[in-house]
Design a protein around this ligand. Structure first.
Ligand SMILES: [Mn+2]
Length: 401
């Protein structure tokens, strides 16, 4: 329900926070171990049991076991980087902000929060994201949208640019060129897969959301958290922690959430906007999707797969980005480790939202299908038939155990 997507290539405004991968998180490794020892016993392998022990903060730093280009990106932002970022911002008269295409709550919430903070410092500020330039319906409540401009209206060679929640320049879509030409580029991100672009890098894969890093940046800039800034940060935090349910929900996350509430955020109002409202037509779309659901008990190495489809004709006037929460209904299924919702996009391709209960690493599975995501939440875009995609997926699942 909370993320970001290979949505450079993704269908349209999306809000699932699935991709690109964050947090290869040590927590899931723990879950995996339990599985290997205990077979498919669902109760034992349920991540709620398997992963309750918090991973020590050192676990992610230890990840460079797999060396590679992503290696250096794993190190938390160094003090020097924070100082350089603050210096650059204070010195700039004008700042361009960009978040990843098809922004989710973390990307847009973080960007708008920072944009408002910069405005309060007297900076001229442009904020945008690459085409399609449409704010998802569920994010239209976020304050600060008057600072958004069409990507074409962004300065082509900004003095200072700040990239938010994007793991690579390609995720900026049409704004990647401006990032290349920027006098200085500050990258604020929490994806473990961050490719290492940007001259100043505030990148911390241990951060639950980009909003966590933006809050620190705002604090270092000396801007107090007002209600509007806090609202964007809270939307980011709530989105990327799955409403404070995912394993990345650390004491630090709740601590920040507490400060945001103190600044005036009403959690029930944000949750309603993000997840708990829909037009009446949605009820029929949901009913149809649930009635088409299929359970394959033998799939995923015997752990089970549940899936459904939502074609354009199934949703009629209900917009694509309204389908986000349907996967959360399917993934309840006790008999299935993996849940999939195949959604036809407005351009006739199919987007696959995929969830696991932590025993199968979906970031690997979906990467093999040119998508990506987290261990438990991932996705990919498919131009062929649903049957072909499901066949590929079924073949990949047991191996990702
Ligand atoms: Mn994020």
């Amino acid at each position: 329900m909370t993320g970001d997507e290979g949505r450079a290539e993704a269908p349209g405004p999306g809000t699932s926070g699935e991709w690109p991968p964050h947090d290869a998180g040590g927590h899931s490794v723990a879950g995996h171990d339990v599985v290997s020892r205990n077979g498919a016993g669902r109760r034992v392998t349920d991540p709620a049991f398997a992963s309750t022990a918090p991973t020590p903060p050192t676990a992610v730093t230890a990840l460079p076991a797999s060396p590679g280009p992503a290696g250096p990106a794993q190190a938390p932002a160094a003090e020097l980087e924070w100082e350089r970022a603050v210096e650059l911002i204070h010195a700039a008269g004008e700042v361009s902000l960009a978040c990843h295409v098809a922004p989710d709550g973390d990307a847009l919430g973080s960007m708008l929060a920072l944009a408002q903070a910069l405005r309060s410092l007297g900076k001229r500020c442009f904020a945008s994201f690459g085409e399609p330039f449409a704010v998802p319906a569920i994010l239209r409540f976020l304050p600060g949208q008057e600072l958004l401009v069409e990507p074409a209206a962004m300065p082509p060679a900004p003095e200072l640019m700040i990239s938010l929640d994007a793991a690579g320049r390609a995720r900026l879509g049409a704004l990647a060129d401006a990032a290349d030409r920027a006098g200085s580029l500050i990258v604020v991100d929490h994806h473990a897969s961050n490719i290492g672009f940007g001259g100043v890098r505030l990148v911390d894969p241990d951060a639950a959301a980009t909003a966590v890093l933006v809050e620190e940046l705002i604090r270092r800039l000396g801007v107090p958290l007002d209600q509007d800034i806090a609202q964007g940060l809270y939307a980011g935090l709530a989105s990327d922690t799955g409403s404070f349910k995912y394993p990345c929900t650390t004491p630090k996350v709740h601590d920040l959430a507490g400060r945001l509430l103190t600044a005036g955020v009403r959690p029930e109002a944000v949750s309603r906007e993000l997840w708990d409202r829909a037009p009446f037509g949605y009820l029929q779309v949901l009913a149809g999707a649930l009635s088409r659901a299929r359970l394959e008990r033998d799939a995923a190495g015997g752990r089970g797969l549940v899936w459904t489809t939502i074609a354009r004709s199934d949703r009629r006037s209900v917009p694509y980005d309204q389908l986000e929460g349907i996967i959360d209904q399917l993934r309840r299924t006790d008999e299935a480790e993996v849940a999939v919702v195949c959604k036809e996009t407005d351009d006739g391709r199919w987007y696959f939202s995929v969830r696991s209960k932590g025993n199968i690493d979906l970031s690997v599975v979906c990467a093999a299908l040119n998508g990506g995501g987290h261990r438990e939440m991932a996705g990919f875009l498919w131009s062929g038939t649903v049957d072909d995609a499901l066949d590929r997926l079924r073949a990949l699942l047991p191996a990702a155990d």
